[in-house]
Design a protein around this ligand. Structure first.
Ligand code: DQA
Length: 143
């Protein structure tokens, strides 16, 4: 089964982001880790990244149309994009929010997720392993 893994702004630049917050993997390595975990659990992962809100909304529409399960790290859009929330709400299959860091242990503006309320659940704070845990959660949800 196909799953769509959507990564938001600045995640393609993990190579220059703070590794004490986001871990040591660059984006290519993160993609490989996601692909490997997905294959292990019987999924075919389509892993995408965009810095652009409209592009991410288009991908969420595509997932709704194709009834694809979604794992999404909306990055900074997590905290204020009602448009991404509304698009995520259209999901016709499970949708899991993930974060590398634990936003609740960081600055106050990161304590709000406008996406969490329309996700099946949120996995945050486990570094790249957050995505692996989300794949396992998807497997459990889909059965
Ligand atoms: C993030 C957390 C967000 O607050 C931040 O803006 C990001 C990454 C994470 O994966 O920890 O870009 O979503």
């Amino acid at each position: 089964m196909k799953i769509l893994v959507i990564n938001g702004p600045n995640l393609a630049r993990l190579d220059i982001r703070d590794s004490s917050i986001y871990g040591d993997l660059n984006y290519g390595e993160l993609q490989n880790l996601i692909q490997t975990a997905a294959t292990k659990h019987g999924f075919e992962a389509d892993v995408r990244q965009s810095d652009d809100e409209a592009t991410i909304i288009g991908w969420l529409h595509e997932a709704a149309d194709k009834k694809l399960p979604v794992i999404i790290n909306p990055a900074a859009f997590t905290h204020y994009s009602y448009a991404i929330r509304d698009a995520a709400e259209l999901a016709k299959a499970p949708l899991i929010e993930v974060h590398l860091s634990n936003p609740l242990s960081r600055e106050e503006f990161r304590h709000t997720s406008v996406i969490a309320g329309v996700a099946n659940g949120t996995i945050a704070g486990f570094g790249p392993n957050s995505y692996v845990l989300a794949i396992i959660a998807l497997k459990n949800l889909i059965g």
